[in-house]
Design a protein around this ligand. Sequence first.
Ligand code: NAD
Length: 522
Amino acid sequence: MNENILFQSFVLFFMMASGLTGLIMKRGITRIVGGPWNYVAGSRCEPSDSTGLMKVNEPATGGELCQVAVSGPGEVNRAVKAAKESFSVWSKMSNRERGRRLLKASNIIRENLKDIAQLEGGREGTKDYDIRCDVICRTNNQCSFPFIALAILRQHVPLEGGSFAMVQREPLGVIGGVGAWNFPMQTCVWKVAPALACGNTFVYKPSQFTPVTAVTLAEVLTAAEVPDGVFNVIQGEGQTGADLCNHPDVAKLSFTGSVPTGIKVMTAGAQGIKNVTLELGGKSPIIIFEDANLKNAVKATLMANFLSQGQVCSNGTRVFIHRSIAKEFVDQLVEQTKKMVIGDPFNEETTVGATIHEEHAHKVLGYVQSAKDEGATILCGGERVILPGKLAGGWYLSPCVLTNCRDDMKVVKEEVFGSVLSVLEFDSEEEAVKRANDTNFGLAGAVFTKDIQRGHRVANSIEAGTTWINTFNLYPTEVPFGGYKHSGVGRENGTAAIDAFTQTRTVYVEMGDVDCGPLYQE
Ligand code: NAD
């Protein structure tokens, strides 16, 4: 019996034993349609102490997807304990061995790409193309970090008299991760892959709105021979996240979400003297000069605003366009926006799926109304579209282009996190850069121009953790990502992730005698 069949048999047995129903993907990863939704010490489980049930909305239909038990402090403690116990095994494994298992996990994800994408699509209301980007990004990440694990080298520092010091990279211990609801797979893997590669163990609390797929990652890791307890998932809302962040045995907090919650997580970190990484919101600028390749600028603006219903942290929602080409640009942008296909996230031709839930849709529509009230012009979109049949209960919003915008409007200043873009005209480079930086956010930004000097000059003047020249929203996992100002603290990805998930220990070796001066008299 080969490994694949053996594992599938195991999963079938597991499913029969637990009474679950579901499909089996390649290598035995289950597409289970029922709970339990926690994953602690190597298996799915109900929380040992639950404080209630969360009803999870299915965005595409507006119906109920499932009910998930909320983990109380006892369950948080159980998961942290499992992670702490497995730390002694996982952290002692060689980097090469950890890398081998993580690489195996990334291969399993790759083999199951379509199934995982569908699993996500149904959950998040997001269309297939975006989800595949999410899962591919996740796979790339999982692929990169096994190799990065091999690059975690120690330093030998020669000192006076033949003495020397060794600077060693050590894991931090148990990492507590808390995620936002958009791109739930990517958010989770950007944290988990490097943390595990560096020898840490992990307890992850996904968003209460997209709780399901972190469990798939847990199954993938188990299938890839990552020991039980190295990666654990606990479900819940804000209180469960807070219990995890405040747990004394959690060494580091890695958070993705809004600025107000980020402040709470940082406060919890301060109280426990914990290392904290925060990936927070954004209000990124795109500056398009008169010499830009207009077609590329339009394509990037669509991608920077309407991918995944605009629910992307780095989105370029403030579109600064040189006054001389504003009309031509806006005409092309609106023509393309109107061609977008609002529909079932599972249909190949769909380009606009459902908003995450009704409350968020009202928030987005509220921003459109405020823009109207403050004098902006709606060129297209900004309305709910009711689809027929089972999709009638979903909150589908038409992508919105606003002109006649001013920098002081609410829609221009605040993060909307929906498909609403504001066109802002400018006359000079200096003016565009100044206005682009007039915000507390600093996650990303872009410049479009054929002038290479100007491209570099502006990209280096935008106050943001990532700036793109002539493109947008690319996140190769080889390079760091994170925010300036209120958009965050620390970086994910690239070799920066090694700094984020390790600490150094310096071992000094004395090759001579101890010199304590006159303190010691012969
Ligand atoms: P949110 O802040 O409402 O919630 C994020 C997570 O924090 C959820 O899992 C929630 O249950 C948990 N939480 C709530 N209170 C908590 C507490 N006191 N302690 C610990 N955890 C707590 O954010 P959201 O609405 O889920 O996500 C949208 C936001 O995330 C947007 O602002 C978006 O820009 C941001 N985001 C940033 C990035 C990035 O990489 N910078 C990526 C994705 C999303």
